[in-house]
Design a protein around this ligand. Sequence first.
Ligand SMILES: [Zn+2]
Length: 60
Amino acid sequence: MSEVSLACRSLGLNCEWATHASSPPAAVAQFAQHAKCAHKMPELDAATQQRAAASARLLA
Ligand SMILES: [Zn+2]
């Protein structure tokens, strides 16, 4: 099963947070949770969601 990783750093945030998830949407959902707590983004706007999804990297 493939996994994806997503890191704040790949979104241009100066933050060490990163996650692994089973799919890009799952990674984005985890990022949304983290962004709410750590970056005071109660909701991701569409552009940020798209950037997060694009930044979620498939791992072999
Ligand atoms: Zn972060």
